[in-house]
Design a protein around this ligand. Sequence first.
Ligand code: ADP
Ligand code: MG
Length: 698
Amino acid sequence: MEDLSAIFGKNVFNESRMKERLPKEAYLALQKTIRDGKHLDINIANVVASAMKDWAIENGATHFTHWFQPMTGITAEKHDSFISPIDDGNIIMDFSGKELVQGESDASSFPSGGLRATFEARGYTAWDPTSFAFIKNNVLCIPTAFCSYGGEALDKKTPLLRSMEAINRQAMRVIKLFGNEDVTSVKTTVGAEQEYFLVDRDMYDKRPDLLFTGRTLYGSMPPKGQELDDHYFGTIKSKVKMFMDELNRELWKLGVFAKTEHNEVAPAQHELAPVFTTTNIAADHNQLTMELMQRIAKKHGMVCLLHEKPFEGVNGSGKHNNWSICTNTGKNLLDPGATPHENAQFLLFLCSVIKAVDDYQDMLRVSVTSAGNDHRLGANEAPPAIISIFLGEELTEILEAIENDEGYDTKEKTVMRVGVHVLPKFPKDTTDRNRTSPFAFTGNKFEFRALGSSASISGPNVVLNTTVAESLKQFADELENADDFDATLHNLIQRTIKEHKRIIFGGNGYDDNWIAEAEKRGLLNLRTTPDCLPCYISEKNIRLFTEHKVFNEAEMRARYEIHLDNYAKTINIEALTMIDMAKRDILPKVSAFVKKLSDTVISKTTAIGGIDCTYEESVIKELNGLLNKAFGKTEELENCLKSVKKSSECAHEVAEYYKDIVIPEMEELRNLVDNMEILTDSDYWPYPTYADLLFGVR
Ligand code: ADP
Ligand code: MG
C-alpha cells in the first residue's frame, strides 16, 4: 500500500516546503505576509520566487501561470515558460519576484460589466500568498486576484479576500470584549460538498444540448427514475470507483482534503466532500475539484456534468456550503462550548448570523442565483427560494426561553441569564436534521444549501462574511459602550431574537403552506434570477458593501450587469440549441418515421387488403399533429429570439423578456418534442435517451 501521507500536498508549495527551501529570514517574512497581509519586500519576493521555481522544475514544471478566477465563474490561466534567453544564445530558467507578485493580463476577453473602458484593456493579477502555489499539468500555478487598471475587482477572489478582512475586523472587536487576549485574528472556514453527475462519454457526444449547454433540453423520463431511492448511498460501480480513486489521489496531491464520496439521490449522481479549510482556500480548492472532476472523468470514458439541472424530472445538483468562524487559536466561534462564558460568546455569534440572514435575505438569495439554479430554487425542488434558518428543536427552544425570560427546562425553575447560566446540552447533529432548509445550523457550523453545483462558492461567502461582519459591527458598537456588560449582552441577545425570529423555521420547506406562512412573516420569495438581481443595486446593499470596503458602487453595478448579461446569454444559447436540434434532427427523423408508418399502411392494405392498421394510423395521426405543432413552435421561438435583439437597451428588461417570453416558448416546444419521443421508433430517435444517459455508465 502506497504511503498516502507522501502523496498529500506533493504538488503544493506549502508551509513545510517553504520551511525546507527558504532561508530563515525569507521564510519568516513570508509567514508574516501570509498571517498579517503585510507587504512583501521585493528582495524577499525574489528569493521566494527562485525557490518556488527550483522546486517546480524539479517536479516537472516548465511553465508558470497566474491562476485567477474571472467573472465567468471558472478559472483562467495564461502560461509563460521559465525560459529566458541569454546573450550567448543559450537559455536560463528564470522566475523573478516581480513575476511572482504581479502579472499583467489582457482583460478585454473577460466580463467586466463596463468597469474596463475599451481603450484600457489591461488588467492586473496580484499574488494571493494566503493560498499556496501548486503544480498542475506541469505548470506552476500562482493563485492570484484579478483587477482592472483602476484597481477594481474583475474577479471572484478579490471581494472574498476583502470580505475576510471585513469579518476579521469586526469579529476581533467582539472577541476582545470577551477577553480572549491570545486571539490575533479570525477567519471563516468552509467545507463545500460538491454534487455532480457522470454520464457515458459516447452518449454525451451525441447530445448537442449537453455539449452546448450542459443540460438536456429535450428528453422524456425513463420508466425507472429515482423513485426507488436505490441509488442513494448504494454500491459504487467499478468504473465510477476507479474515477473516484484517481480523483482523490490527484486532489490529495494538490493538498485538497477530499474525504467522503458517495452516490446521491438521483441515478448517476454523486457527491464529494472535502475537509473544511479557510474560506478563500476552500474556494480555490472547489475550483480545482470541479476542474479535475471534468478532466479525470474524460480519461475514464465519462463526462462529469456540473450543471444544476442536467435532467428534467430528476434531482438537480447543488453545493452545500458549510460555514463557520474560527480564531487563529483554533476556537470555533459557532461551537457552544461548556462554560457560561463560552456559551454567551457562542450565542452572540449565533445571533450575528441570524440577524445577518434576516437583514440580507435578498443578498444571500442573489448570491446563489443563475439561470441553471433557477431550475432548482423556487421551482419543483429543494431548497426553496425563500431564505430561512433551521436551528433544530433544542436550540430553538433555548432561544425562546431567553426571549421570554422563561426557564428552558421545566424542572429547573431558574430563568436563563446569558453569561451566567450554562446552556443545556443539545445534540451536535441531530439525525433528523431538516433537509428542506436552505440554511441549517448543524451543531457547530451553518450549512448554506442553496448554492448551485457549477458556480464558484466565492459569491455566497462574500455575502455571509460581509453581512455577519455588519451584525458584529452593530453588536460591538453597543457593547463597547456598555456600563454593565452582562446586562447589555443579555438584552442585546434577547432583542435580536425578538427582532429576527421570523427567519427561523423548522418545518417542511417544500410545503405550500410555508410559502403562505413566509409571506405573512414578510420574508422574501425571489423565484428567478431577474427577480432577485436588482437587489445588487439597492441602496441598502450598496451601503453595506461599500461601508465594509468589499465592493465599491461601480463594482456592484458591474456585477449586476454581468449577471443579467450572463442570464440572457445562457437562455439564448439554450433556445438556439433547441431550434437547431429540432430543425436538423428531430423534425426530419420524426417525419421519416411517419413516412415509414404510412408506407406500411399502404403496403399492408394493397398486399392483403382491408387489414387493420389501428396502430399505424393512430400513431401517424398523433405524431403528425405533434410534428406540425412542434415545427410551428420552433418558428415562434425563432421569432422571439429575433425580436429580443431589437427590443431593449436595458439589460434587466432583456433578462425579463427571456424569462417571461422565451422560457415559456422553450417549455412548450420541449413538451411537444418529448411527446413525440414516446411515440417514435427508437431506431429513428436521433439522440441517446434519458435511460441511456442515466443508466449508461456500467
Ligand atoms: P457529516 O455531514 O458527514 O456528518 P460534517 O457535518 O462534520 O460531516 O461535515 C460536513 C462538511 O462540513 C464537511 O465538508 C466538513 O469538513 C465541513 N465542516 C465541518 N466542520 C466545519 C467548520 N467548523 N467550518 C466549516 N466547515 C465545516
Ligand atoms: Mg450536507
